[in-house]
Design a protein. Structure first.
Length: 231
């Protein structure tokens, strides 16, 4: 049983979906502290050949709350965000197919940040034909007072994992020997360089999966999902 565990990110880059596609069960890690300058409620899209940051505004609250305890702002102007996305991409080859999906994602009626983002990941997973099971970490029966690597190990054991896949950025957080002692093989996914035509501009890499979807058919994206190496 291969398990992946990642925080919920809004319209994340393709590496997130490579990890999701590579495992049998994928845990959306919602009961971990929200990080203000991370990618949980923001991402980058293409605008005039450069990257543009888009953001889900949040209700003002303590920076020490878990992701599952944060809320989408009641003043979130969804129409404005959709216009930010629509205008740069309206001439993209797959705009007519992808934009209705993005509208459905942005207009989703949910105040809880974790579940708002969970819905977006679930919808894109379906669009890309990924059949990996999604699980919310706070719903798993285990000791949720654990922290860091100990908590991730407990999540893996609760789900019967034999292999744990993480993004390559997690190499400084997890120790292969510690996992091996628990009978779990730890591997990291490192994405290969991926490039595709973005209008006639110089390629801007590692934008939101939204950008990949706007310029590529599903079949090609499915090939891209396998463009990585295990470390």
């Amino acid at each position: 049983m291969k398990i992946g565990i990642m925080q919920p990110y809004f319209l994340p880059y393709i590496g997130y979906f490579q990890l999701l596609n590579a495992v049998d069960k994928y845990v959306i890690y919602d009961n971990i502290q929200y990080t203000k300058k991370g990618w949980i409620n923001r991402n980058r899209i293409l605008q005039n050949g450069k990257d543009l940051m888009i953001t889900i505004p949040l209700e003002k609250d303590s920076d020490y709350l878990d992701i599952k305890d944060r809320s989408v702002s009641k003043n979130f102007d969804k129409k404005k965000l959709l216009n930010q996305i629509r205008e740069p991409y309206r001439k993209a080859p797959y705009f007519e197919t992808v934009m209705p999906l993005i509208e459905d994602i942005v207009n989703f009626q949910e105040e809880n940040l974790a579940y708002y983002i969970f819905n977006s990941i679930d919808k894109i997973r379906d669009y890309l034909g990924i059949d990996t099971e999604l699980i919310v970490s706070s719903t798993i029966d285990m000791d949720h007072s654990l922290k860091g690597q100990d908590k991730v190990l407990a999540l893996c054991k609760a789900l019967g994992a034999k292999e744990y896949y993480n993004a390559v950025g997690g190499q400084s957080l997890y120790n292969k020997e510690d996992f091996a002692r628990e009978g779990i093989n730890l591997s990291f996914i490192s994405s290969n360089p991926i490039e595709y035509k973005q209008f006639s501009n110089e390629f801007v890499p590692w934008l939101s999966i939204l950008d990949v979807m706007m310029f590529n058919p599903v079949e090609e994206i499915q090939n891209m999902l396998n463009e990585y190496k295990l470390i």
